[in-house]
Structures are given as C-alpha cells and as structure tokens.
Ligand binder design. Sequence first.
Ligand code: FAD
Ligand code: NA
Length: 386
Amino acid sequence: MANPDLLIVGSGLFGLTIAERAAVEHDAKVTIIDRRDHIGGNAYSERDPETGIEIHKYGAHLFHTSNERVWEYVNRFTSFTGYVHKVYTNHEGVVYPMPINLGTINQFFSAAYTPDEARALVAEQAGELAGSDPENLNDKGISLIGRPLYEAFIKNYTGKQWQTDPKDLPASIISRLPVRYTYDNRYFNDTFEGLPTDGYTAWLERMADHPNIEVRLSTDYFDTHQGLNKDAVRGRLPVVYTGPIDRYFDYAHGDLKWRTIDLETEHLSTTGDFQGTSVMNYADAGIPFTRIIEPRHFHPERDYPTDRTVIQREFSRFAERDDEPYYPVNGTEDRETLLAYRELSAAEPRTIFGGRLGTYQYLDMHMAIGSALSVADNKLPDLLRA
Ligand code: FAD
Ligand code: NA
C-alpha cells in the first residue's frame, strides 16, 4: 500500500485485531510490518514437513476465554475443536494429575481422603508456618499448601522455571496455589476453550485477509533501509507499535527483563505415541527441562501418522537482548523502568503502544485480543482522525 492510513508494527494477535477493526470498521488502509518472516507473532504454528503434525513454533498455545465478546470475535475467523487441556506431572518417576487436586493428593499420600479430610490435612500441613509473614517463595508455598505437596510439585518446578532457588525468589510471585478438592483436572476454568480447527496460521491469516490490509514480512521498524521505519514515519503517520517498549526508546532507561524458553524438538520413529498426552511436566530438580510437549495430542481428531511422533523438551531461562522475550520478570526494578518508558510513550506523537511487548505484560491470547478490541473502540477513531 503506497499511502496507508495506519501502520501497525507487529503481526501478532494484538496487531492483527487492530488491523482488522481499522479496515472493516473504519475503512482504513492498513500496512502491517513484522520483522519475522511469518505472520501471527508467538501464536504462529507450522506443519512439520516429516509428519504433518502441527507444531506451535513458540511454545504450546491453548485458546481459552470467558469473554463473550472475544469468543464471538475469534469465531468470525475460525471454528474451534473440543480440545480440553489437561496437564500431568512426573515426580520421582510417578505421574500425577495437575493442578493439585483430590486425585493428586490421594495418589501422593496413598489414601482415599474425602474432600473434607483432604482440606483438613492440607490446612494442618500449611499450619507449619502459621502466623508468619512469608517473604520468600519457598515459605509462601509451604504456608499455602504445606511442605509435602509444595516440595513435591511446586518447589523444584518453579525453581527450574526461574533458574533460581525458591528461597531467593520473592513471595509475591505466587499469590495463591490452587488446590481442587474434587477429581476435576481440567486445566482452565474458562467458559470457552478449544484449538483452531484448521490450525493457528489459517486463523491468523484470515484476520489479515482483507483488501485494505497489506502485510510486509521480514521488515523491521528500526531498519532505516526500508520506507516505513520509525525515523521516516514518526509523527507523520498513525502507528500502533507492538514491539518491545524499551527497544523503541533505544533502551534509554535500561533493559526490561524477560524470561525465555528453549525448545528442543525431537522426531521419534520408534513409537507413534511418546507420552499419551500433550503436556507432561517434570517436577524434580534432577531433570533439566520443565516439561515435554507432544503436539500430536493437541489434535486427536486429525489423521496423523500412527508410527511416528514429535516431542519438544522445554527449558526455561533468563532472556538476553537477542532472545525471544516470553515472560516479563516484572521485578521492582522492572516496574520502575517501565514507568519511565510509559512516560516517554505517553508523549510519543501519533503512536499507540500495545500488546504484550509494547506494554511489558504477560497477556494470554484472549487478553491480547480483548485489549486490542478496547483500543479499537476507544483510541483508534482519534488516532485515525489526527
Ligand atoms: P506477539 O505475538 O509477540 O507479536 C508481536 C509481533 O511484533 C511479533 O511478531 C514480532 O516479530 C513483531 N515485532 C517486534 N518488534 C518488531 C519490529 N521492530 N519491527 C517489526 N515487527 C516487530 N496465550 C494463550 O492464550 N494460551 C497459551 O497457551 C499461551 N501460551 C504461550 C506460551 C508461550 C511460550 C508464550 C511466549 C506465550 C503464550 N501465550 C499463550 C501468549 C500469546 O503468545 C500472546 O497472547 C500473544 O502472543 C500476544 O500477541 P501480541 O500481538 O501482543 O504479541
Ligand atoms: Na502455554
């Protein structure tokens, strides 16, 4: 598009939602740029060439929401399967259902506690630290669910996620540890859940499939060799920026900290089913990865080969500047840095900062879409008029 009315930096769900609303509701001409060579941000997936199995390139993505508006909106672009997410965890070579529920508790204590008995037991074990005000995550965990369950299922898993001993992590990382006193081990509590029937990428591409929307891939907003870059555009064209906020301001107030994950993908031709389920956590310290994903189980309805499978071991670590930023660390220092960047962004001409990188916030897909729909309602009309 030679002269777009709106430039969107980033083709993730936030950028795509703004683009679709601007094109359909405001008849605006929209150009989306993305530095990657594909659309869709972190929700992108691709077909494994050897097996045809859909692989979530940036980690397992499960769609779930209780927001009626978001559910209605996403169903304009894709239908969803009946997939219901469940997670299991391997602790000392035994597999338990997660999150911690009556099944986990009874298996762990080799018991047949009723819900009331299990509640009383957990309360008694949590009483070990009664009356204290836990400062670190370890004590907080014990005070919430008692030492035995905390040490088996939470302590080392969380330690691996943060590459830090929970004794050295702030208690504020967890506010609660949900324990279910039923056998329900459905992972999400939301009203709506499922996976896009014909895959994430088909869904994401349909959002951009409009004559007013042009997508330019492998195009970085900070690359002055291409036309629609920050120096050329700033103040002249309305922009929705969904990249990292610290990068936008040349890290003037320092780097915001993120965690990232490394995925080690392995093809197996010795079996068609490695673990019988999509996600298996590894709760113990001696195993370096946090979990194994087996993507074939996200789509049991599909006709995948039965003699081969793909697994992905997931490792968690702190991100360097060139890594993919995944989960905000959000420490005290980060919150101060973010405020400084927020002040700068409020004064930035004709630019809206959005999405998880632009606001330094962990957003599930439905939250990114919901937030973009609000921005489209409340800020887009003025931005396009200015
Ligand atoms: P992104 O998807 O990150 O999109 C931002 C885009 O901006 C990227 O494509 C990036 O390349 C582009 N960009 C950045 N800088 C520039 C630049 N300078 N120039 C051009 N383009 C640029 N959500 C769920 O609901 N369920 C899940 O199970 C789930 N699992 C997740 C697992 C992992 C490991 C991660 C990291 C996230 C998960 N999410 C999940 C969250 C989901 O990925 C986000 O909600 C979604 O990515 C938010 O979309 P976004 O548009 O804000 O950001
Ligand atoms: Na996930």
